[in-house]
Design a protein around this ligand. Structure first.
Ligand code: NAD
Ligand code: MLT
Length: 311
């Protein structure tokens, strides 16, 4: 028998592959304190998380029977990969299941920030009928700069083209052929940020991408640029973004992800030009089912010594 611990809320239908497996016992214990998780983890062969559980080196090192950690989603920044590798524990993620949801959320955020929809809604439910304060901007014929043209960036590009936007992307791994196939332009980072009316980031958070957009880069952008981050907090320097909005350089920002989450009370949230959601990019029924199925199937493969793909 294999014992599996699910320590974050996951889509029930998505974990059916695990629940149906004959040689598996699944415990669902969400909201465990790190010390408690560290105490119980040696009872388990697999740990399945979303993004809340911080799978630290202490937890990994206490996992004496742990063979695999599954992350129902893309980013694995909540898992200490080095500690897992050192202990010979596989780490699986589900890189594809939430691509469309994250791309759609990015687009929804871009449209909402372009037309001040959250601000206008707040004003109206507050008892005002103010048609002057919320004049927005069209997407039509505007330039969108996409930084990171992987799965989500490419889906955003496709949607932007349908809205008649000119798409220019920066990604060190983007080939001319792929850019041509997608009908977009490829540029260096500084070229992309100087040309764009809307800038959206879709890279992972790494040492190279941490604070990729900082005051130096913000100064090179067009006046009145609008910025969207539905990737990872920390890719944009939040203090520098705050200053650039205050100075009037940046007309608006749409932020789904923050450097430290939960980001309740964050200074950016005090600015009327900022719209935000609490890390909802992948929060659709479809995406949550997809990622839970993908990672559940992956975990079973690892436990049964079948071929699998790890990161
Ligand atoms: P992906 O791996 O398919 O694409 C990432 C792209 O970034 C790759 O093409 C890579 O070449 C590029 N890249 C890496 N370093 C770069 C750099 N320094 N400059 C420019 N490009 C660089 O990943 P994805 O599935 O498209 O996910 C993108 C991001 O979105 C990740 O950070 C992921 O965690 C995040 N995400 C967020 C949500 C959410 O809920 N908000 C949901 C899903 C994914
Ligand atoms: C991810 O990396 O997949 C996203 O941040 C979505 C999530 O799991 O919340």
């Amino acid at each position: 028998m294999y014992n599996i611990l699910i320590s974050d809320p996951l889509n029930q239908e998505g974990i059916e592959p695990l629940l149906k497996a004959k040689d598996v016992k699944v415990d669902i214990e969400t909201g465990l304190k790190p010390e408690k998780l560290q105490q119980v983890i040696s009872d388990y062969h697999a740990l399945l998380v979303r993004s809340q559980t911080q799978v630290s080196a202490d937890i990994i090192n206490a996992g004496n029977n742990l063979k695999v950690i599954g992350r129902a989603g893309v980013g694995v920044d909540n898992i200490d990969l080095k500690a897992a590798t050192q202990k010979g524990i596989m780490v699986l993620n589900a890189p594809e299941g939430n691509t469309i949801s994250a791309a759609e959320h990015t687009f929804a955020m871009m449209m909402a920030v372009a037309r001040n929809i959250p601000q206008a809604y707040k004003s109206l439910v507050g008892g005002e009928w103010n048609r002057k304060a919320f004049q927005g901007a069209e997407l039509n014929r505007k330039v969108i700069g996409i930084i990171g043209l992987g799965r989500i960036g490419a889906e955003v590009a496709k949607r932007a083209k349908v809205f008649n936007m000119k798409v220019i992307a920066y990604d060190p791994f983007l080939t001319k052929e792929r850019a041509a196939k997608l009908g977009i332009e490829k540029g260096e980072l500084d070229e992309v940020i100087a040309a764009a009316d809307f800038i959206t980031v879709h890279t992972p958070l790494t040492q190279e991408t941490k604070h990729l957009l900082n005051s130096e880069k913000l100064n090179k952008m067009k006046d009145g640029v609008r910025i969207i981050n539905c990737a990872r907090g920390g890719i944009i320097n939040e203090d520098d973004l705050y200053d650039a909005i205050k100075d009037g350089k940046v007309a608006g920002a749409a932020i789904d992800v923050f450097e430290n989450e939960p980001a309740v009370g964050h200074p950016l949230l005090t600015l009327p030009q900022v719209i935000a959601t609490p890390h909802l990019g992948a929060s659709t029924a479809e995406a949550q089912k997809n990622v839970a199925v993908d990672v559940s199937e992956g975990i079973l493969k690892v436990l049964h010594d079948q071929p699998f793909r790890n990161i």
